[in-house]
Each structure stands twice: as C-alpha cells, then as structure tokens.
Design a protein around this ligand. Structure first.
Ligand code: BES
Ligand code: MN
Ligand code: ZN
Length: 503
C-alpha cells in the first residue's frame, strides 16, 4: 500500500474516503465536527439517533453526505477520549484499514493522526499508523493453492497533519514506518514457512537473496558443519547432529558507518528451524509451533533488512544460527558432556534445552568481530511465557545502560520488554558434579537461569538477551508470527544512528 502526508482540510477532499473519529459517548472529534458543519448537521443527527456510540472499533460508513457528494466518510469509534492511548490508537487504525479494504474504498484520507495520543507526537502517530496498517493487511497465503482476489483493495492512505511544519517529520515517519514494516513482513514470512521447507539451508539462501541487492555495503559468510568442527563449536554441532539437515550459521556483515573500522553491533538469532526436544522429546500438542523456534533468526533477518533499506550509518553484523533439533542414533543424550568453543564444558541434562547450546558457541564465535555490543534474540524458554505472558519480551543483560537503552527503544516502538535480573545466586542452579556447568537450571526462574548460562559466554562485551518465547508468534485461530521484536531493535538502531524523532 502507498502512504503519503498532506496538510489540508476536510472540505477540500475529492473522490476519497475521509476517516474521522467519534469518542464515547457520541462526542465528535474536531474533524468530525467540521464535517458536521459542512453537511448542515447531518452527522450529529445520525449520531443522536444512535447510529454510532463511539465505542472503540465501531464504524459507520456514510455516502451521499449533503454538500459532500464527492466523498465517503468513515466514522470510527475511538472509545473514551481520556482513555485514548497507544493501544486504542493502533486498534482503531487496524479496524479502519480492514473496513476500507472490505468496503472497496481504494483511497482514504485519515484525520486520526490529528487526535492527541498521550505522550506522542506526529512522527510517532504516522509511523505507528503505517506499521499498524501493514500489520492489519498481512496474510501468509503463498502455500495455499487458491487465493481469493480482493475486489478493489485499499491502495492509498493519506495522513493529514494539522500544521504544514509537520509535513517533514510526517514524511520521515512514513519512510521509517515502511522500512520497519517491510522488515516485519519478511521476518513473519520466514517464520511462518513450514519446517520441511525452511531449514538452515533455506535460511542461508534467504540471506544470500537479501544481500544480493545491497552488494556494495554487505558481505555474507555461511559456516557449515565442517568448519564448525574445525573451529570447535561442539555444542552447536551436537544439537544438529540428529538432523538430516546440515547446521549452517549464516552471517550478514553490513557496513553503513563511514568509518569502516568502527566496532560493529552484533545481532545473534536462535534459528532452530524445528525443535522436537530431541530425546527429551516434547509433548505432541502444539509441537507444530516449534517451527517458530527460528523466530530469533527471522528477527535478525528482518532487522538487517531495515538497516540496509534505511542505510543506517552503523556497522552491523547479523548471525542466523540455523539448526534442527531432531531424534536419531547420532543425537545428543542426557548425560553427555560437551566442550564448547569457549573451552568450558557442559553436562547435558535435557536435550530440549538446546537453544543455549547453539547460542553459547555463537556468542563465543562473535568475539572475533570485537563487537561494540551483542544482542541475542531467542525463543529460549517456556518459562518466559509463564513469567511475562504474550505481551512482553524478556530482557537480560550484563550491562545496565544497554538494558535501559533497549527498554527505551521498546517503549518508543510499542514493542515492549521487561528487564529480568541475573543475580549471582541464580548461577548456582547450573552447578554440575561432572562438568563446568549443566544446561539445565530447573524450574524456578527458568528464563533467568537460561540467561545465566548465556552470560558465561559473554564476558568480552556488553551483551543483552531477548527471550521472545511468548511474543514471537500467536497460537490458536490467529496462529502466526508477529514479527516481534523487529520494531524494538529497529528503534534501537535508529536511536543509535541519531535518527529518532520522538521529541
Ligand atoms: N524452544 C523451546 C522454548 C519454548 C517452548 C518456546 C515453548 C516457546 C514455547 C526451548 O528450546 C525449550 O525447549 N526450552 C525448555 C528448556 C527447559 C528444558 C530447561 C523449556 O522451556 O521447557
Ligand atoms: Mn527445546
Ligand atoms: Zn528450542
């Protein structure tokens, strides 16, 4: 869909659908009021007759409005005015987009960007509107044999801003919003692919395709099992050993900083294209959802795309740690002791705690890039879903200022996270009688002990870990990837680039 910005007034619109808000109960927004005046009170008559209460998401589509025959008007309920916040705003935008798409309005002028949303400016409202619209229209139908064609889909959305001075930041918001949305979309597409197609080699092909269009600023490197063996990445290798699909670590190196020597920001994504649990096999209900165990890698993929599209002036390295946790005679057993790339040894107590085994070797591997900082993203623990539900991503870090920088980006982007501790007391839960540590911390604080495990491989740089087990996908009727936390990390990089516009 196409987006643009204008600073105009409702009476000047022709051949479009005008979108205006109505608050609960029956309280017209300033633009709805203007429309009411132009139409000699037509709207207030309808409202007072009870056609629209103003509850969040209620709609009323008007045609042949007096004195405004060349437009349609879509009135949208925005809920109570004093409760109109980020969540309501995004819900309303999504509702509008779906409604326009269903009713054959191909072009719309949206005045909702003029409504005050607590603590946010025009840049934020326009960017969120772009992202929410793209999210509302997302479907994954490439593997359906028949795809219904939409009659007159929504083609263009114009956001109106009150003051002409806001046009620049509005346009900026559209540019950022579109880049982030396309990062989110590619991330969702990759995550939603089935595990018989999307294996580690598929991830590496996708990486190759992504960087083909940005050849001047990016390089890639694909590391297979032979090389991992030479390097000594025995923990990573052990996880993939029972799979017929080769483990592959795909590395994207993007150089956007004018100083090519500038230390890179490194992003590492857990890319388990399927996690059966191994010998410590998972129960069969919802096991299909373990195709989403590569959502960390898909996030890194999406964020790299955003960075490249916006030509961010940073050096960024993205690592997709592709692998599959299956079951056969070559597989990992409980009791095995592995030597990691760092030299530390790990006693395996549960083959389903595989993500940390893959990540620990990658976290050691990336030391060679002398990173400015490293952020790993992983669907690491079911315990994170218990702790934070499906709304917040778990955040663990060895560096408080990095943690706060990420939390701020998360709030700005509306892609929230929660900071969990890694106090030394938790480390003891990983004690082993036979090796340097076990891969299992027990049930109490499962997300934290997984973080503690990773922290033992991150002494050389500031590091943060995002556990996205609860936020990366939805189950049930709306099963599908969410594309989180692409928005959070993109915001983090925009802030680091000095391109944030939240003032
Ligand atoms: N990929 C899973 C974590 C997961 C489970 C994410 C369910 C989302 C939903 C991970 O590899 C795993 O199996 N973790 C185990 C760790 C445990 C054995 C310490 C878990 O959470 O049960
Ligand atoms: Mn597992
Ligand atoms: Zn897993």
């Amino acid at each position: 869909m196409e987006f643009s910005i204008q600073s105009s007034s409702p009476e000047k619109q022709r051949n479009v659908c005008i979108i205006a808000g109505v608050f609960e109960s029956r309280c017209l927004s300033p633009v709805a009021n203007q429309l009411d005046k132009i139409s000699d009170g037509y709207i207030s008559v309808l409202i007072h007759r009870g056609e629209l209460e103003g509850k969040v998401g209620q709609t009323l589509l008007l045609q042949h409005v007096p004195n405004m025959s060349s437009v349609r008007i879509l009135l949208i309920g925005c809920g109570k005015e004093y409760e109109f916040d980020e969540r309501q705003y995004k819900r309303v935008i999504k509702k509008v987009v779906n409604k326009l798409n269903d009713t054959g309005s191909t072009e719309a002028v949206c005045f909702l960007t003029e409504l005050p949303v607590k603590g946010h400016n025009t840049y934020w409202k326009v960017r969120q509107a772009v992202e929410a619209s793209q999210d509302a229209l997302y479907i994954f139908d490439r593997l359906k044999s028949k795809v219904p064609e939409l009659y007159r889909p929504l083609r263009k959305m114009i956001f109106n801003v009150h003051e002409p001075q806001e046009l620049t930041s509005g346009n900026n918001a559209i540019q950022h919003g579109l880049a982030i949305s396309s990062g989110i979309k590619t991330s969702k597409d990759l995550s939603n692919m089935p595990p018989n197609i999307c294996n580690a080699s598929y991830l590496s092909t996708q990486v190759r395709e992504l960087v083909d269009s940005y050849r001047k600023t990016t390089k890639i490197q694909i590391i297979g099992e032979k090389e991992m063996q030479k390097l000594g990445m025995h923990a990573y290798l052990a996880v993939g050993r029972a799979s017929t699909n080769e483990s592959l670590m795909s590395i994207i190196q993007y150089q956007g900083d004018p100083d090519i020597e500038a230390q890179p920001i490194v992003l590492v994504g857990k890319g388990l294209t399927f996690d059966s649990g191994g010998i410590s096999i998972k129960s069969s209900d919802s096991m299909d959802e373990m195709k989403y165990d590569m959502c960390g890698a898909a996030t890194v993929y999406g964020v790299m795309r955003v960075a490249m599209e916006l030509h961010l002036p940073l050096n960024i390295i993205g690592v997709l740690a592709g692998c599959e946790n299956m079951i056969n005679g070559h597989g990992l057993r409980p009791g095995d002791i592995l030597t990691t790339l760092s030299g530390q040894t790990v006693e395996i107590l549960n083959t389903d705690a595989e993500g940390r085994l893959v990540l620990c070797d990658v976290l050691t591997y990336v030391e060679r890039f002398s990173p400015k900082l490293v952020i790993d993203v992983a669907t690491l623990t079911g315990a994170c879903v218990i702790a934070l539900g499906h709304h917040l991503t778990g955040l663990i870090s060895n560096d408080n200022s990095l943690a706060h920088e990420l939390l701020r980006a998360a709030t700005q982007a509306g892609d929230r996270a929660w900071h969990l501790p890694i106090d030394d007391e938790f480390q003891e839960q990983l004690d082993s009688n036979f090796a340097d540590m076990t891969n299992l911390g027990g049930r109490p604080g499962g997300t934290i002990t997984a973080g503690c495990f990773l922290s033992r491989f991150t002494h050389k740089y500031p590091w943060a870990h995002l556990d996205i087990a609860g936020t990366a996908w939805r189950s049930g009727k709306d099963k599908g990837a969410t594309g989180r936390p692409v928005a959070m990390l993109s915001q983090f990089l925009l802030n680091r680039s000095g391109l944030s516009n939240d003032k």
